[in-house]
Design a binder for this molecule. Structure first.
Ligand code: ADP
Ligand code: MG
Ligand code: MG
Length: 883
């Protein structure tokens, strides 16, 4: 087996499409190398070695040693240097690289191959002892931390001690002798901590680092990240061993990160940050304030530091060329890492760049218009979850803002919450039901869990590409980074900004689009849905087959649904119309009446209200289909509970309170969701459904006459299990329709159908379809009745089910396709057999879930219906389901 793939010198054994084998980093290093982009030579140890390693008690394949030795030999040849050579030493980096990018998860070791002898060679080669010893101490620090497990802070403390000894503040004020001294102290520390000396042998160093990379695949941070991002442990990581280039050899050296387009706005401008005379992750570590690449970037971010464009114009041009070539080649926005060594540019990484939702949309639309990709590709590139973020609140521009401080606009969107100062606290508070803003000096990979559950993230150090910024953008959390005017005191759990002190638990608002941090909770508004959004949704609508409707009952919901492009209402839950304070009293009277005459009296009072509701809905929906579900919930939900409510109802119904209390006891159910609800109400008291049907038809006729639009009401009977129930209820509806049409002298088309939300209904769908014109799969109830799991009670134990992999996803959020899905499939097939043109839709949470929508597409259902805010997501998912 080939375990090792080499790259460099304009050639490579690997390619970009070999990510599974070489990891993302290795595959792209190979691709860049073949493209002739300057990449330091190196080789990749495949992910299969990682898999082998864990499958075989943490051992390597027998022939790996030889293949690595051959890889090193080839590197030595290309670089004209020797690994461990004391005159002309080859130094390498050892870098992890999984299939999917896992930012910050794995630790890189730089400058490997240095020891007390080779450092002399490095001095001779570079002519710069200060550089050589600085590189050496960095190596011991990184290797000590990552490979040997000597905690980072030991080295930090020794460095601080040395600076104190020398009476200086900045690293840059330390000279060669100082660094040499530090190397000694570092090594002594390692010896003290481990009880054995720091490894001097480069071979031992190399294999130690390779083992550490494979070992880190199973560290807690990596496991957490994989869990959050659904990455299987079997994938494994690759290891890249690559010749070092140095960005810290002087002022003609630099290191930086850049994006081919602005990752936060999506604008087609080159965006990035760099540091002169620095190495590796200095830029993202937030140790020094990075400088912008372009004058434009400097201007929009208000930086005084000179741009690369000004400082190194020729190299900047080289970098721009690479930008153009890579973007044209990969046809997507790239996130690149580069180093400049003594006036020569080297590329160290490229990958598809993470971006904000806004940028994602803009880049996809722009690239399609530039002809780089097709419209369908643009549609396919938008992550439905990211689109969702665009529909989320922004700060109300008219709201009063009490600005505490300003930082970098690192990840857009606005969020308010209570301040906490550690990731652990964030997780704890959120478990208690709090909304929190995580405030940190800077974040690190250990904080991922806490960042994920926070509403927003605020850091006081670091730039736009700092860990906090990158991770927050990926997660879609608003983030303000590098708010340098804020002083955090972790001990006191406070921060001070512009002279004001904010304590743990105080509420603040972040605006990740402007970088502002505000006291209190600032009101938010919905974003505009025009521009790029409108263009993309136009393409989406041209591609998708499934129709998308909304679940809506109030005029506001209906308007929102239309604004988001709903093509009708798939579920209007009429019971929501009865909870209005002016109405509930009549509803209660109706339920508590002891005969039909009493019920009819109360229903007559409710009729005009209900009719007006439908007039509003039909008017707003302007001829689009509206599915109205007749009364569904258990009767007892409407019962009065407080003494005051009981007294009111008694008074209105002109009975004593004792009668009401007795009725409440009588109607109590131990399992209401399987009790007296749905069409069981209509079967028991047909006058309820009769009133609702009357209200629907009177409203439909009224709107049709007034507007001239066709109104096609779809009347839906809930919780049907047998054809007979539906027959009885349809007869009630038909009779009401005839009466209304006769009285108004106008007829309308309408249809009567049913929810399929009981397993029995799904199985008997063939019969039921003789009566039903349409089925709407009520997958919330169908899930709970099929799984025998109450959706209101499943929360606490479902979590164990997901942890143990019994259900991979929450079956109430994402359809259980194997189980509930099979019932849907059976019902669809049997329904169609009876009535080939039966209309089939799905309502309930799953109607807005992309993978459930793909399932509906596979079954060729007619529509999905979801909450108004999910409509654009559902439209997009429906389009992606056919691509
Ligand atoms: P990550 O996956 O965390 O981005 P990398 O493997 O990309 O880690 O390494 C981090 C940084 O280390 C790179 O961005 C680069 O600046 C530096 N680096 C890695 N390998 C080399 C090398 N061969 N020469 C110079 N710098 C390197
Ligand atoms: Mg890193
Ligand atoms: Mg990197």
């Amino acid at each position: 087996t080939q375990w090792v793939y080499t790259f460099g010198d304009g050639k490579a054994e690997g390619r970009a499409d070999m990510k599974n084998l070489l990891g993302g980093k290795g595959a792209n290093l190979a691709e860049m190398s073949s493209l002739g982009v300057p990449v330091p030579a190196g080789f990749t140890i495949t992910t299969e070695v990682c898999t082998y390693y864990y499958a075989n008690g943490e051992t390597y394949p027998a022939d790996l040693k030889d293949q690595v030795a051959a890889g090193v030999a080839q590197l030595e040849k290309i670089m004209g240097a020797g690994f461990g050579d004391r005159k002309n030493p080859l130094l390498v980096s050892v870098r992890s690289g999984a299939r999917a990018s896992m930012p910050g998860m794995m630790d890189t070791v730089l400058n490997l191959g240095l020891n007390d002898e080779t450092v002399q060679g490095l001095i001779e080669q570079s002519g710069d002892p200060r550089f050589a010893y600085d590189s050496y101490r960095r190596f011991i620090q990184m290797y000590g931390d990552v490979v040997l497990g000597v905690e980072h802070h030991h080295f930090e403390e020794l460095l601080q001690d040395l600076k104190d000894d020398r009476g200086v503040d900045l690293d840059t004020h330390l000279n060669a002798d100082d660094w040499k001294e530090l190397v000694g102290r570092f090594k002594a520390k390692v010896h003290e901590e481990l009880g054995r000396p720091f490894p001097e042998d480069p071979q031992e160093q190399l294999w130690g680092a390779i083992g550490a990379v494979f070992g880190s695949w199973m560290n807690q941070r990596a496991i957490t990240y994989r869990r959050l991002h659904d990455i299987p442990a079997e994938w494994g990581t690759a290891v890249n061993v690559q010749a070092m280039v140095f960005g810290n050899m002087g002022d003609d050296c630099a290191t930086g990160v850049c994006f081919t387009r602005d990752p936060s706005t999506g604008e087609n401008v080159f965006y990035g940050e760099y540091l002169v005379n620095a190495q590796g992750e200095d830029v993202v570590a937030g140790i020094r304030t990075p400088q912008h690449l372009t004058i434009h970037g400097k201007q929009i971010h208000g930086s005084d530091l000179p741009a690369m464009e000004e400082v190194m114009p020729a190299l900047f041009k080289d970098l721009c060329d690479v930008r153009d070539r890579l973007e044209a080649h990969y046809k997507d926005m790239q996130d690149m890492e580069f180093t400049i060594q003594r006036g020569k540019l080297w590329m160290l990484q490229t990958r598809t760049g993470k971006r904000t939702s806004k940028a994602s949309l803009k880049i996809a639309v722009d690239m399609a218009r530039e002809g780089l990709i097709s419209e369908a590709e643009a549609v396919d590139r938008i992550d439905p979850a990211q689109l969702d973020q665009l529909l989320h609140p922004m700060l109300d521009p008219d709201a009063e803002k009490d600005v505490l401080a300003k930082g970098l606009p690192a990840s857009p969107g606005a969020a308010a919450g209570r301040v906490v100062f550690s990731a652990d606290d964030a997780e704890e508070w959120v478990k208690r039901g709090e909304k929190v803003i995580l405030v940190r000096i800077e974040t690190s990979p250990e904080d991922i869990g806490g960042m994920h559950c926070s509403e927003g993230i605020l850091t006081t150090r670091g730039g736009m590409t700092s860990h906090a910024a990158v991770v927050a953008r990926g997660m879609g959390r608003p983030c303000v980074a590098g708010a340098g005017e804020i002083r955090v005191d972790y001990k006191a759990k406070t921060f001070v900004a512009r002279g004001r002190t904010i304590k743990e638990g105080d509420t603040v608002t972040l605006d990740g689009s402007t970088g502002e941090v505000m006291a209190g909770a600032v009101p938010t508004i919905q974003p505009e849905l025009t521009g790029d959004f409108g263009i993309l949704m136009g393409w989406v609508d041209g591609i998708r087959r499934l129709r998308v409707r909304a679940n809506a009952e109030t005029p506001l919901d209906a308007q929102t649904a239309r604004k988001f492009g709903a093509e009708g209402i798939g579920l209007c839950r009429t019971e929501h119309m009865f909870f209005d304070p002016a109405r509930i009293i009549h509803m209660r009277q109706m339920i508590l009446a002891d005969d039909e005459a009493g019920r009819r009296k109360a229903l007559d009072t409710l009729l005009p209200y209900q009719r007006q509701d439908f007039v509003d809905l039909f008017s707003i929906m302007q001829g689009l289909p509206v599915t109205v579900r007749l009364l569904d919930p258990p009767l007892h939900e409407f019962l009065p509970s407080s003494d005051e409510e009981i007294a009111d109802v008694a008074k209105a119904a002109d009975v004593d309170e004792g009668t009401i209390r007795a009725a409440i006891v009588r109607l109590h159910e131990s399992n209401p969701m399987l009790g007296w609800r749905g069409c069981r109400l209509g079967v028991s008291f047909p006058e309820i459904y009769e009133m609702q049907a009357r209200a629907i038809f009177e409203a439909a006729v009224e709107v049709a006459q007034k507007s001239g639009e066709t109104v096609v009401p779809e009347v839906m009977i809930p919780l049907v299990g047998t054809k007979k129930e539906l027959d009885l209820m349809k007869a009630v509806v038909d009779k009401a329709a005839e009466e209304v049409f006769a009285a108004k002298g106008k007829r309308l088309d309408y249809v009567v159908g049913t929810m399929i939300e009981l397993p029995r209904a799904a199985l008997r769908a063939g019969d039921i379809a003789e009566t039903a014109h349409f089925f709407s799969f009520g997958t919330n109830d169908l899930t709970q009745t099929t799984l025998g799991m109450s959706r209101d009670d499943a929360g606490p134990f479902l979590h164990y089910y997901r942890e143990k992999g019994i259900y991979e996803k929450d079956p109430f959020a994402s359809l259980d396709q194997d189980g509930v899905g099979e019932l849907v499939e059976i019902a669809a097939a049997r329904g169609r057999k009876t009535r080939p043109d039966i209309k089939l839709g799905i309502c309930g949470e799953h109607g807005g879930d992309p993978s459930s929508i793909a399932f509906c597409e596979a079954l060729k259902l007619d529509y999905v219906s979801c909450s108004p805010y999910r409509v654009p997501v559902a439209r997009l998912a429906a389009a992606q389901a056919v691509l």
